[in-house]
Ligand binder design. Sequence first.
Ligand code: ADP
Ligand code: MG
Length: 349
Amino acid sequence: MRGSVVRGRKKRGVICCILLLLGAAALAGWVSSHQKHQVSFFAMDTYITLSVYGKDGQRLAREAKERLLSMEGLWSATDPKSEIYAVNHSGGRQITVSPETAELLSFSLKMAERTDGALDPTIYPLLEAWGFPTKNNRVPAESEIQKRLARVGYEKVLQEGNHVRLADGMSLDLGAVAKGYAGEQISSFLRENGVRSALLDLGRNIEAIGKRPDGTLWQIGIQDPLSEGVIGILSTADRAVVTSGAYERYFIGEDGVFYGHILDPATGYPIENDLGSVTVIGEDGGVCDALSTALFVMGKDKAIAYWRAHRDFDLILITKDRTVWMTQEADSAFRFYDGYEAWERRRIE
Ligand code: ADP
Ligand code: MG
């Protein structure tokens, strides 16, 4: 009789221990899947922050950083060791590039064609004239712009696989697509390695993997392009959110005029239209980046017409007259920040 009471107590003790261990293991699992691993660094001319959740997060975030730095090493237009620099200084000779560079270049040329040249990766001679690559900004003479326009035109780039040939005097700048494209590569790398929750911030190029670890949506701030501050918040999951505008990089000329860093490949002059910024939301960060620049070049009406003809992405256009134009999905995911409720809100249909 006493023996069975003791055995019963022992049994309960063992069950309690097992439950405690299971609880501790579950808690450890929960903590490791919710743990945030973050790396921040400067690359591609912007401040980058990668936040990766989960047990391999630290190792994967570090490897993602290395991958981004090596992509920058291939694609920088100003680094004499990069492949793009080699192409730009080839004096009309054919250059063999890596498969990664070949893929980004052919993607850029495809997007240039799709946007009817609003995006043009051969814009570099004009950017140089305005002093953007060296940050020694100046207003070039009209005659210089005309001369340099003759050296721009994506349709003149000869690419066959890894072989690239530019006419003498032409040069590439992949700045309008490289960050979004690189973000997309990193996002695929992390997903393939089992990451279910991460936020990659490559300076106005956001890639959201899954949802936040607690299952809620990511909250992405949309900048006010007309002054400092955040105009509103977009709730999203598993999307790239990419913004272009003139407000991030610009200079005021000696003539007192504002000159932004996005140029019109048709005229050679910085874009000055009704748009303050363009945010493109979609599944592919490379496409979103290419489109955000191209639609900014097009201006509001053409950007809306482009969306109507494609409808495979979402759009937030902020105009200089304080109106926020949004496609349906963007509209339902966006809320104004305090102080901005007076701005007009319109639907793109
Ligand atoms: P950011 O890279 O600053 O986030 P964008 O993606 O819009 O913004 O790219 C702008 C950059 O692209 C410019 O700084 C310049 O290097 C380059 N660029 C400017 N105008 C054009 C254009 N019409 N087509 C292609 N690239 C451009
Ligand atoms: Mg872009």
